[in-house]
Ligand binder design. Structure first.
Ligand SMILES: [Cu+2]
Length: 312
């Protein structure tokens, strides 16, 4: 759709214009960035959203760069113009005798109705993206993808893998539901990163990453330990964020198209170590995943199975 494309391009231009200050990236950071070149976490000094690797994040980026940035920019310009008019025409010198009226029915109706219309225009694609996130693909349903104005553009294959992420105090537990095997994922200290996973980002690197195959639809069930508290599972590059609630099984999905490690964080204030329970999802090739999951299901030993994957 031509208008959709135009709006998206202009929106991206506005977003880029706000990022005039270049990101200050030191040589050390640059090394880390190349290692994770798929953009699995926010870079130092970053503007704009993290790089997208899923259809859901594509639609979020399109929504943000398109209709949302346009709406915001036009409202800002309009308010600025009103302020300029007021300053120039209605200052004490230019307008010594002010008008005495206090009501104007027409203008009051307009400034009530127009914001409602703006919200409706924003809400329609927003709810489309939201329902996409919440509906696990069955192979039939169409998804919005990078062009949220042409409904039904992206096809997503049926979910073939089910993973249950459970928020614990304070780390994540992941279960490969089909195989019935689970493991804990804990944050690494800076010393541990230097020793075991050099180059991985501070406060985001974990000992055991969640391993998933590329180009595969993963059904993600999210919950919290029965005696625990509410957490939230969020991975920005995937465009997912779901509450992890004790006694409740929430569901979302992702289908990552690039290999790499994608980081996220608990996104519900959950207690003393809320900031120290990062999420790391390692997307590998189908063959690598097959070797990993077969070994893990057999040995029930994560470290042993993960040693089959290429070194990080
Ligand atoms: Cu938490």
């Amino acid at each position: 759709m031509v208008t959709g494309q135009f709006f998206r391009k202009m929106g991206a231009a506005i977003a880029a214009a706000t990022a005039l200050v270049p990101a200050a990236v030191s040589a050390q950071d640059a090394a880390v960035l190349t290692q994770n070149d798929a953009g699995g976490y926010a870079e130092p000094g970053q503007f704009h959203l993290q790089e997208s690797v899923t259809p859901i994040m594509d639609s979020i980026v399109a929504f943000h760069d398109g209709i949302l940035m346009w709406t915001i920019a036009l409202i800002v310009l309009f308010v600025l113009a009103l302020l300029v008019v007021i300053v120039v025409r209605f200052n004490a010198k230019a307008n010594p005798v002010p008008a005495r009226f206090t009501h104007n029915t027409l203008i009051e109706v307009i400034w009530t109705v127009v914001p409602i219309l703006i919200l409706v225009v924003i809400a329609i694609p927003s709810f489309g993206v939201l329902s996409d996130q919440m509906t696990v693909p069955d192979g039939e349903r169409k998804y919005l993808g990078a062009n949220i104005f042409s409904l039904g553009e992206v096809e997503v294959p049926e979910a073939t893998i089910t993973i249950k992420a459970s928020g614990e105090q304070w780390y994540w537990n992941y279960e490969y539901v089909d195989q019935g095997v689970a493991f804990d994922s804990n944050i690494l200290s800076e010393a541990e990163i230097a020793e075991f996973k050099p180059g991985q980002p501070r406060l985001l690197a974990v000992n055991n990453e969640l391993v998933v195959p590329v180009d595969t639809t993963v059904r993600l069930q999210v919950t919290s330990s029965p005696t625990g508290v509410i957490h939230a599972f969020a991975v920005p590059s995937f465009g997912i964020k779901v509450d992890a609630v004790p006694g409740r099984l929430n569901e979302t999905w992702f289908n990552a198209r690039e290999t790499g490690i994608y980081y996220g964080q608990c996104s519900e204030l959950c207690g003393k170590d809320h900031a120290y329970m990062p999420i790391a999802v390692r997307v590998v090739s189908a063959e690598e995943y097959e070797a990993f999951i077969t070994a893990f299901a057999e040995s029930r030993n994560y470290a042993e199975a993960a040693s089959l994957l290429p070194a990080l």
